[in-house]
Write a new protein. Structure first.
Length: 257
């Protein structure tokens, strides 16, 4: 329907939908399709995950792993089982392609290895310590609270650390793979098709807005930075030097008077 001056009258006389109604119906249908495909993608991913794993006839090695284990004295302790249960909850595992466990960086005409951060036992925040990890009362006695200041949220928080870290020691072991995930080529192809459709034509951004989130826009970030620079308050910006000197002389004279 063209842009007529009496468009509303023609709509009422001919009982035809308006252009705004048509646009709203098209947008609503597109949003419903995106929601349906997103739910379908979640269902297919869950179905692929539920296929499970199968054992390999011959295990293969893929690099190395470094983790904490019980020391020899702790293994023969009367509470060895208790320490092992605690270690299973606070252990951290690092993986590497070789035994060096260093970051490889390129330097002029040679390679340079840089040490990674120190590997430590896991620390619990208040939520993990009291609710998620489900520690027993006996296991909680082996932790002590440490208060620190979180600069991100600008508030004080508490972490719970293990009181006897000397009972564990780092060891490097081969990373042996004994199981592989069962593959279904048809399901994986269908999942890739859904992913490809939702990732193009700004569909993912529209889905994020519908689910209550905010889409990321680099252009909006640049505009925000430009506005911050434009409206920043600085009393010495665009002020000639002689005006600054005159203002200083006036304030100096008033102070003497």
């Amino acid at each position: 329907m063209g842009k007529f001056e009496n468009e509303q009258q023609l709509i009422i006389e001919n009982n035809q939908p308006s252009r705004r109604w048509k646009t709203r119906r098209i947008r609503t249908a597109r949003d419903k399709k995106l929601r349906r495909l997103d739910k379908e993608l979640t269902r297919v991913r869950r179905q692929i995950w539920d296929l499970g794993y199968e054992d390999l006839i011959l295990p293969i090695q893929r690099g190395y792993k470094r983790l904490f284990v019980l020391t020899e004295d702790t293994k023969h302790h009367k509470q060895a089982d208790l320490y092992q249960n605690i270690l299973d909850k606070i252990n951290t595992i690092w993986y590497s392609s070789d035994k060096i466990f260093k970051t490889k960086k390129r330097k002029i005409k040679k390679w340079k290895y840089q040490n990674r951060n120190e590997q430590r036992l896991r620390e619990f925040d208040s939520r993990d310590f009291h609710h998620i990890q489900k520690l027993t009362d006996e296991e909680k006695t082996f932790f002590h609270p440490v208060q620190y200041y979180d600069y991100r949220f600008k508030e004080y928080r508490i972490n719970y650390l293990f009181t006897e870290p000397w009972r564990f020691i780092l060891r490097i072991q081969p990373n042996m793979i004994t199981k592989v995930q069962i593959k279904d080529l048809e399901l994986e192809q269908y999942r890739d098709e859904l992913d490809d459709f939702l990732d193009r034509n700004k569909n993912r951004r529209r889905l994020t807005k519908m689910w209550g989130g905010n889409s990321y826009s680099w252009k909006r970030v640049l505009n925000r930075i430009a506005d911050r620079k434009r409206y920043v308050h600085n009393s010495f910006v665009n002020i000639p030097l002689h005006e600054t000197i005159n203002q200083y002389e006036k304030e100096k004279q008033l102070s003497w008077e």
